[in-house]
Write a protein that binds this ligand. Sequence first.
Ligand code: LLP
Length: 435
Amino acid sequence: PAGTARNADGAIAIGGIGTDELADRYQTPLFVYDEADFRARCAAMREAFGRYGKVHYASKAFLSVEIAKWVEQEGLSLDVCSGGELAVALHAGFPAQRIALHGNNKGEDELEAAVTAGIGHVVLDSLTEIERLDAIAARHGVVADVLIRVTPGVNAHTHEFISTAHEDQKFGFSISGGKAMAAVRAVFATDHLRLVGLHSHIGSQIFDLDGFEVAARRVIGLLGEVVAEFGARAEQLSIIDLGGGLGISYLPTDDPLPVTTLADSLAGIVERETAALGLPMPTLAVEPGRAIAGPPGVTLYRVGTIKDVDLDGGGQRRYVSVDGGMSDNIRSALYDAEYDVRLASRTSDAPPVVCRVVGKHCETGDIVVRDCWLPGDLAPGDVLIVGATGAYCYSMSSRYNMVTRPAVIAVRDGQSRVILRRETVADLLSLEVSQ
Ligand code: LLP
């Protein structure tokens, strides 16, 4: 996952450029996106799902103006979940019609911005929001297209999923408790909302289809109920959106499904379930974030200090401190996420040593990679590469300890360019009111 192509001096190369050169030129920590890979993943999604429906890139995984342009040029739609993401997408010139707005507590201002921009649809998440959006659409004299987010009673994570009748979580309307049907009735009762489909999202980093299958069956079962109650009026519900969650390879042992297999299987499930109820095949929508942005992104860090710590039971652990950490990658601390890390700036024949790669933050849990093998001659100044950090790392970054955010660069065909500049102390001070 961290990339194995090397250039003549032995450094790992991305997009044809050595990581040693990138680290020298742009400083570290540094997020590097392989533009060709990002675009290829968009294109593969579009091709695989295009004949069944459409693909919304989940911009929470990582968004910038440049990224929005790539997604737009590769023909995908965009899912945003805040006014901030919407503003960046619109600033990038992303066509409003191809944007969908998510969230369990969208503010008046966010709904207003969505209606004003004329986005494709809003995914509704509460009865309050149904009233709120109806009122805003009325004020603007428009009818807003909406999906209803339902909870099908499926919690999926990686290789397992849990199927229950009730879910104790904040998103959506429960199907089994009748709340989803009540929401459908509430939308049909409005004058300024048009229900165009149903949405569910069952989890993230999913490797098998069983959870999607149960979710699809339950969502389509609900569609059947809507058709039974509303007859011809239900024909406007043409979209079944199964959300995101497609898993990626963080470690060499992870083995995600090929995207064509995934698309054909999901479409097959939806087709079978709708046919069983005598309904036409709906438009199948999906919202992958990680599967597009994750693998094309890597982080480069420079090693600062190396310390061998004696362990209570005997033996030692080698702590390798890098110049970033939980402010640019909170996932290890938050989810015990695992990453592949390698020495990037040179080759080494030194026997590998078990290491723990840690950040520079004032917190014991500031771990980038808990256990890994790195060459025994690793030294301060060496550059490490952490693979598959393109999703939910920069987008979840913070300024903890007033550590400024890294730069983000794009590489392609031997060329590199900054897409988000590195933060500076001036950025920190720019929020201060006392001068
Ligand atoms: N659609 C909806 C409605 C979502 O809530 C999400 C993710 C996605 C799509 C995209 O899911 P993806 O394909 O990227 O798995 N911060 C966590 C992931 C949280 C995802 C939340 N929703 C992480 O770093 O793993």
